[in-house]
Design a protein around this ligand. Sequence first.
Ligand SMILES: [Zn+2]
Length: 235
Amino acid sequence: MKHTDYKNGNTNENANQSDYDLIGDNHVSTSADTPLRNDAFEMSNADKIKSIQKDFYNIMHTLGLDMTDDSLKETPTRVAKMFVNEIFGGLHPEAEPKASTFENKYQYNEMLVEKNIVLYSTCEHHFLPIVGKAHVAYMSKGRVIGLSKLNRIVEFYAKRPQVQERLTMQVVKHLQRELGTDDVACVIDAKHLCVNSRGIKDINSSTVTAEYGGRFKEKEVKRELLDYIQMELKQ
Ligand SMILES: [Zn+2]
């Protein structure tokens, strides 16, 4: 797993710093699993929306906004619904795409790559968008998966507060489980609005993360994948 500034080729070396501000600003993830509490789903989605609505009203009110203004007064409700049902809808276990693999009747055992899966996620350190593309690849060991399912798996994990490295790993682990093989890889190239629009305001940089499982760790196999997605080999 590498966290690389694609433009400059700098590997993120700050993973061991304990300062939480630095962790946030360098987008270091602390675990491969989304950090959720055990009671995360005891509250219904409807109650979560009511609660977030009040919280977001308070944020806007604290900022000094006139919450009686027609343009603003429905915003807390709109944001609460968007958080729970849409952009963080992938936190809920019921949103997980149903397992659906098929027997590999064609005996196609070469690499399958689904390129340029559009990715919208949210940085968990700043709650600003991550926008980019995911490339997912696997080699069948007897089971295959519908192509649209690959999109849905990426979308499921993207709809959470995320760190790009964790998102990359979660897609790979999910597919390894479902396909019954370690030979799965995911490469994500994405822009983080928290980097592009604030802080150091680097509008051109994007971040590439890659997770290679099983045979994808082999140099030739990795090369073939990166040729398909037309990226330079970084190690
Ligand atoms: Zn961020």
